[in-house]
Ligand binder design. Structure first.
Ligand code: PGA
Length: 257
């Protein structure tokens, strides 16, 4: 089984003091230190400079939760991919459903953000996912396909090879109600086919699952063929829980089927 990637998304939580402590606890884990897994945490922007220092020479990678769709200029309040790159940021979540819902981000904007990240040498973690209503009305696949295709349309095949995709059903985010391993695998398999139909080389793009991932559900998710890791929100705010998920991903052989 391919090496897994676990990404924590801290969202707008914590203080500089509490997040510094949390970051050190995660960084010091022996599995992460030994690079037995790829792991990253996406911290609030203002905590990036401190996080860069804490993660100096660490295998734990630094990420942010968003970036601007623009390169530079008169965009008050925005932070560009180049600015993030200057601080050693390696991952940027783009198109999270909370950005799409609360900040009106369109599939096209998300595609532009993915392109800005790649231009700056940052791996975009492009989130796609359907709402409960879209699932119930039978258009879950169509929804995620539109979101994915819009992102791919902004990129060349070469650039698209460098992205990470995250399937995050909106109904599973922060609700404690994860998609079942079967539901997630079904959608991951579909997303992989959409990628493959673009170019054979895109079939190996990393596809994470996100939405109420916890240690109790992670092993079964990681045992699925097309689930390459997880984007973890709530459970990434506690070092022990996040690290349990990391450990399960690092040793998939012991995961129950
Ligand atoms: P959750 O969030 O794990 O708290 O459901 C996941 C996410 O929003 O990325």
């Amino acid at each position: 089984m391919a090496r897994k990637l676990i990404v924590g998304n801290w969202k707008m939580n914590g203080t500089l003091v509490s997040n510094t402590r949390l970051l050190r606890e995660i960084r010091d884990d022996s599995t992460i230190q030994a690079s037995q897994i790829d792991a990253a945490v996406c911290v609030p922007f203002l905590h990036v400079p401190e996080a860069q220092v804490i993660l100096m020479d660490s295998a734990l990678r630094l990420g942010v939760q968003d970036i601007s769709a623009f390169r530079d200029g008169a965009f008050t309040g925005e932070i560009s991919a180049d600015m993030a790159g200057e601080f050693g940021v390696q991952y940027a979540v783009v198109g999270h459903s909370e950005r799409r819902i609360y900040h009106g981000e369109t599939p096209k904007t998300v595609g532009e953000k993915a392109l800005r990240a790649i231009e700056a040498g940052i791996t975009p973690v492009v989130c796609v996912g359907e709402t409960q209503q879209e699932r119930e009305s039978g258009c879950a696949r169509e929804t995620v396909e539109i979101q994915l295709v819009a992102a791919l349309d902004s990129l060349t095949t070469d650039q698209a090879r460098g992205l990470v995709l995250a399937y995050e059903p909106v109904w599973a985010i922060g609700t404690g109600r994860s998609a079942s391993a079967q539901q997630a695998q079904e959608m991951h398999g579909f997303l992989r086919e959409v990628l493959r139909s673009r170019a054979e080389s895109l079939a190996s793009v990393t596809i994470l699952y996100g939405g109420s991932v916890k240690p109790s559900t992670a092993a079964e998710l990681f045992a699925q063929d097309d689930i390459d890791g997880a984007l973890v929100g709530g459970a990434s705010l506690e070092a022990a829980q996040f690290l349990d998920i990391v450990h399960l991903a690092a040793s998939p052989a012991v995961a129950p089927m």
